[in-house]
Design a protein around this ligand. Structure first.
Ligand SMILES: [Mg+2]
Ligand SMILES: [Zn+2]
Length: 191
């Protein structure tokens, strides 16, 4: 059983561009590939967990999403970085048509994707990290038993941080971006 890093996609690893269907529009955040490569070198599995309700909404299909993720892997690869597993939730509880329109257990804040990854890769959830830019990322981590929660200030992170502080939630750390998250994880894992 090993610790892992669970990573949100939009607003955390890449620019948030709505329902991204065009691989060529994908933009990695500066320093993001190096952050993933640093986790790779440290032997930490990196698992991408992403809500993609655009599939349920009919805005992209699974084939387009696969092309986007192939492009993502290609861009990361240029920096010697790789994702060990990519899981996505194509569902939405109320939009679109079945089978994608359903209340599922994988759409964050539900923990399904994290639990599936843990089973497939033999991950110790209690020793793992979650990095995201939204409340529902952190909540998916909590529900899966991940206790080391990092909120990045990219994407929706600043607004999410303000709302969480207002509610008195303090079980996470705010970091500037994915590069800062990588430093935080690597410092914490050695302690
Ligand atoms: Mg996000
Ligand atoms: Zn789902």
């Amino acid at each position: 059983m090993s610790a892992a890093v669970f990573l949100d996609r939009d607003g955390t690893l890449i620019d948030e561009l709505g329902y991204l269907a065009d691989p060529d529009a994908l933009r990695l955040f500066p320093g993001a590939a190096d952050a993933v490569a640093a986790w790779n070198r440290a032997g930490l599995p990196v698992v991408l967990v992403t809500n993609q309700s655009g599939v349920a909404r009919g805005l992209l299909d699974e084939a387009s999403l696969a092309r986007v993720h192939a492009r993502l892997a290609g861009l990361l690869g240029r920096s010697g970085a790789r994702l060990d597993l990519i899981l996505h939730c194509p569902h939405h509880p109320t939009e679109g048509e079945p089978p994608f329109r359903r209340a599922c257990s994988c759409r964050k804040p539900e923990p399904g994707m994290l639990l599936e990854a843990a089973e497939r890769l033999g991950i110790d959830l209690g020793a793992s990290w979650l990095v995201g830019d939204a409340e529902r990322d952190l909540e998916a981590g909590r529900r899966a038993g991940v206790r080391r929660l990092l909120l990045v200030a990219t994407g929706k992170g600043i607004a999410a941080d303000a709302r969480l502080r207002e509610r008195g939630v303090d079980d996470y750390e705010l970091v500037a971006d994915l590069a800062a998250a990588a430093e935080r994880v690597l410092a914490g894992s050695s302690g």
